[in-house]
Write a new protein. Sequence first.
Lengths: 101, 425
Amino acid sequence: MDFTVRDAGDSTEIRLHGRMTFSDHDTFRSVIAAFERPAGHRIVFDLSGLDFVDSSGLGMFIIARDTAQKKSLDFAMRGARDEVQRLITVAKLHKMFTIDA
Amino acid sequence: MMEFQHETPASLYGLDLGIPLGDRRVLIADDSRFNQRTLTRFLHWAGITQVAFAADGTELLERMESVRPDLLLIDADLPPIDGVALCRVLRADPRWRDLPILMQSARNTDQLRTLCFQAGATDLLAKPVNPGECIARVRYHLERRSMVQELRAFRERVERDLRQARGMQLALVPDDASLAALAARNGLSIEPVFQASDEIGGDFWTSFEIDPAEGDGESRVGIFVADLSGHGIASAINAFRLHTLLTRTLPDDRRDPARLLGLLNQRLSDILPVGQFATAFYGVIDRAADTLLYAAAGAPNPLLGSQGGFRVLDASGLPLGAFGGAQYENRRTPFRPGDTLFLCSDGLTEARDGNDAMLGEEGLADLVEQAATAAPDRPFPWLMARFAERFGTSLRDDLTALWIRRDAGRGGGACDKGAFIPPSD
């Protein structure tokens, strides 16, 4: 998995690319480092470049959500497609996450 | 004491000797007594006291087994086999394949040096051998060998531990005999495939009978399939935790799948770190009512086969242990004599073939349909054989698959493996 971080004022967009699996834990730590933002800051995961997540990947979404809650950040995800969208639906994560259209 | 001072290793140019090498054995192959003595003195300065000698190549080969050296010092011009040939002979023997071999030679042409390395020499010393260089090179190769041996021992220990853990994981699931007995008592056939990956993982499944509630008639059969997120020892340990939690549940919980999952979710949420969870399916087969009552926590969708073919059951739901307080939903579907329930873990649906193409849920549904058509008598072995053909048998993830079939009713004729069907059925 690769990622890019784009800051725009009081919001940050993090685009995830490729396959997000067990072996991406270290990369994901760098993603979480981008959550060092003031309370109220908006962070959005753009998942449109993501081809696949496994259960470890879903776990990383949950870690991101938990980190954002602890820092009082406004966290959302958007753009999931195909297999990623299917797994989010199967795990009903859309009920627990803010999903932007 | 003072007498020894100038002979102690530390005194040579104030060299830092690093790790102690007193237990290392060096075998010197040199036909000159003078060279043997000189090299021995250098080795003593390097902290090496166990030194053995061979005057020629033949003697060296004879002494290898008894001395079991950690390093060889060979003269390239040794009679009757020269050092280069000797080196080739040694390297051809698997026992000495990674033994450090230092060659010393008075003829320091680039051609000879290249020849030595090609023959398998680890390093070269130019004659006359300088003490400082000799000590540094010998120590370097012995230390390197120690590290490689330590790493290898560590790796072997981890592999042994993983093998043992894999054995324990395999022992979590019902054994063949008790499973066959349970199935027979309940008019079912239950065929499992449960394979732990090389790295071990977090799959776990079990089946049990649930005592009838008072005035509730027959016993029921619970089928529980779970996959702990992640890989390796952590997810295997979490599988054991889940197994323990499940064994502590009461019949009242087990009769109600949504309640059971809610309970397990709560307990797992308390102990699992953020980001770890289990996807799960839990179903209760009720033969008296001809139904399957089930609840799920984000498991791969089960397939239910009946007269009209297979259809997909909805196994969506919040994973166990991820969100405290999560609620689960009971779903009920007819499960009549002759019907089939196919359950699996994502080790099956997420398997990738040689072209990196994933089987996927749709691919799996097609494969199950094909199995039922192509091999109506033994669909499950057919299915797993096709799977192995395409995806191989070396798994990156644990794999669980269950083919559960209700025996056909009276007069149905297709009685599985002679299983006893109670007359009341």
